[in-house]
Write a protein that binds this ligand. Structure first.
Ligand code: EPZ
Length: 422
């Protein structure tokens, strides 16, 4: 297992290109199952999760070609040869559950492993299942699998009211509804930019969708969908992550492709902490205003609130802020596993349930630390960028799921960072 060695090396200066969004691409790829015509995704990120989704789709009989070094994905699924998503793939990547809605909508049946939990929480899929049942699906849960069947005439349009906001359940229901008979209304739907991107792609394929980005999405089912070419939206979580690099180290970095509307609530917190963000022709320029970062309180919420996927990275910034910050994690039940690792670096953090209280210290000190999940891994790298001495982050396979070429992108701005093959 590889590790990454980071050595605090002063201010960062330069430019970092932001890739296409992992969490958009993982929803866009299963959309190929809805049509027998080609779907081409451009600006695709080069990540291990994308390779895992590729393997899953290929195991169902879809063709997926990775072109231009992985930045273009050419997908097509004339006829599926299998309708079973096995546990060994689904447990590695929970987004695999997103093949369920499309397979049910297109062919009327599917067998998909229940994903099981992960490091940050139990991650149930009950809301996905309730939405599909509302559209007439019969679901039988046995031996760890969801055995799903659509009614003889196919899925039917329905009114689905989500009791809590779920990105994945919204995506599964949205894709299934495009081919259902009649009208589907999704209420309390997720509003994330990745949902908007999926709706735009489906519309290019011929779907009839209104309201994406708001809490109510209305879909008129159609008989079939065609092909499309669609650019994957910029990754707002990678964007926010790298915005924190100059915030933590000082200096000034331009994030190429960054757009302020993708990170509104996050920028408000950066501003309160004393970090300047300005729009440029090519993206966003971030710099730390003079003096020490100020403590701020953070509460994670569904979009457009502060993203849970940036909570760990924000905590790394607040470890050396002036004052005490309170971070409330309201989306997942166990998403503070980076805290004990940051504490090894000298941070002062007290975790009680879903709340972490961070008392800022002048400087962190490098130490060997362990990545536990995707976003925790990158928060440890951010902390190491400004710490005194060396930090070795182990188990970086977590990191490779969601960030392409981290060492390259940060080294280009002056960071001392390299991968140690393990
Ligand atoms: C997506 O996960 C993202 N993953 C996550 O990013 C992100 O943290 C999350 O949305 C929230 O923004 C992908 O898009 C592949 P949810 P998802 O359904 O869809 C509960 C990363 O780091 N819930 O919005 O699984 C759930 O337990 C990953 O890139 C149910 O109770 O998240 C959680 O508490 C991590 N029942 C809350 O809802 C359900 O059926 C939000 O989960 C579904 C979810």
């Amino acid at each position: 297992m590889d590790s990454i060695l980071v050595k605090g090396n002063g201010e960062l200066r330069g430019q970092i290109p932001i890739a296409g969004a992992k969490n958009a691409c993982l929803a866009l790829m299963p959309a190929t199952l809805l049509s027998d015509e080609p779907l081409t995704l451009t600006n695709a990120p080069r990540l291990s999760d994308i390779r895992t989704m590729t393997q899953l789709l290929q195991s169902l009989g879809a063709e997926v070609a990775s072109l231009q070094g992985g930045q273009v994905l050419a997908l097509s699924s004339h006829a599926l040869t299998d309708h079973r998503a096995d546990y060994d793939i689904v447990r590695k990547m929970r987004a695999s559950i997103l093949v369920l809605g499309p397979m049910l909508a297109r062919d009327g049946h599917a067998v998909v492993s229940l994903p099981g939990g992960c490091a940050i929480g139990a991650r149930p899929v009950d809301l996905h299942l309730k939405a599909l049942e509302a559209m007439g699906a019969e679901l039988d849960l046995r031996d760890g699998y969801i055995h799903a069947k659509a009614p003889a005439g196919g899925l039917k349009g329905a009114r689905v009211v989500f009791p809590l906001v779920s990105v994945g359940a919204t995506e599964n229901a949205l894709m299934a509804a495009t081919l259902a008979k009649g009208t589907t209304v999704l209420e309390n739907a997720a509003r994330e930019p990745e949902i908007v991107d999926l709706a735009r792609c489906l519309r290019r394929m011929g779907a009839r969708i209104e309201g994406e980005g708001s809490s109510t999405i209305t879909i008129e089912g159609v008989d079939r969908l065609g092909g499309a070419t669609h650019p994957v939206v910029t990754d707002r979580i990678e964007l926010g992550t790298y915005m924190l690099a100059p915030a933590i180290c000082g200096g000034e970095v331009e994030l190429l492709g960054g757009r302020i509307e993708l990170v509104g609530a996050f920028c408000e917190k950066l501003d309160a902490a004393g970090i300047s963000v300005e729009e440029t022709e090519r993206g966003l320029r971030v710099a730390r205003r003079n003096g020490r970062v100020k403590a701020v309180d953070v509460m994670t919420e569904p979009f457009p609130g502060f993203p849970t996927d940036l909570q760990a990275q924000m905590m790394a910034l607040l470890c050396t802020a002036e004052g005490t910050s309170v971070l409330e994690e309201r989306i997942f039940e166990n998403r503070f596993m980076h805290a004990p690792e940051l504490t090894r670096m000298g941070a002062r953090i007290e975790v009680h349930g879903g709340t972490a209280t961070v008392t800022g210290v002048e400087k962190l000190r490098g130490a060997p630390v362990m990545a536990t999940d995707l976003r925790a891994s990158v928060s440890l790298i951010l902390a190491g960028l400004a710490a005194e001495g060396e930090t070795i982050v182990s188990r970086v396979y977590h990191l490779d799921r969601g960030y392409e070429r981290v060492e390259e992108k940060l080294s280009a701005c002056g960071a001392q960072i390299r991968r140690i093959p393990g």
